[in-house]
Ligand binder design. Sequence first.
Ligand SMILES: Nc1ncnc2c1ncn2[C@@H]1O[C@H](COP(=O)(O)OP(=O)(O)O)[C@@H](O)[C@H]1O
Ligand SMILES: [Mg+2]
Length: 260
Amino acid sequence: MKDEQHIVTHFKNMKQQPVVLQIKDLYKSFGNNHVLNGFNMILHKGENLVIMGKSGSGKSVMIKCLVGLMEADKGIITVMGNDITTLNQESLDILRADIGFLFQGSALYDSMTVRENLEFPLRRHTKKFDKDIDTEKLVVEALGNVGLADAIDLMPSELSGGMKRRVALARTLILKPKIILYDEPTSGLDPITAKEIIILMKDIQTKYNTSSLIITHDVDCARVISDRMILLIDGIDYAVGTYKELSASDDPKIKAFFKH
Ligand SMILES: Nc1ncnc2c1ncn2[C@@H]1O[C@H](COP(=O)(O)OP(=O)(O)O)[C@@H](O)[C@H]1O
Ligand SMILES: [Mg+2]
């Protein structure tokens, strides 16, 4: 009961927080494949918002439109109040430096050491930092935050799947993003490693006070991490609510996600 109270209060507080990301009426088709048919989403400051949808439902397409890797057919996307379609390149770059993106599958550079993998984004986003930043300090700090300080000189091939995922997370954190977008952060990991990554993501959210959008089809991940969830079904935000609310629904399409 106490727990329930806490969740309700937490959710109410959340709604009073500023909106950091918003998608309004997003459409995207590939020929006759109508993937997104008017999808909506709001992410508040400090919130962990989970988007759940079946494989092929358009989750990655949605997140790619959000970061500008794909052009939407229609819809409005605002980042910290700025409509991204109206921004010039320079303003977009500044906004982008505040958004961390953890791609599906980690994607470390195989020919670079862990250290070099982490230095890479620092070089690309130098505008956000002073010329004489202490790269070494930032790399060590970011690795420490994911519990991998000792792995700094290893090659990706020497890391386990879970360690690779941690390094990818450290590489995202090193830019001190205000918003983190996770695309299937636990996919391909065994259940125990997946759980470790989820707990790490939660810790990071608390420590850095980031706002996170987490795309997953992992119900356990959603239960542990979400303040709120959106179910992406038929290309729309079919259902929105807390894990508790959605998992208690009688709607067959919603129920299908929660039965094990
Ligand atoms: N670049 C593309 N060209 C054509 N079809 C695509 C492209 N990217 C994604 N799709 C299609 O869009 C649908 C949604 O894909 P995706 O967003 O990757 O699904 P998921 O929810 O599993 O992340 C799929 O039917 C996929 O085949
Ligand atoms: Mg995907």
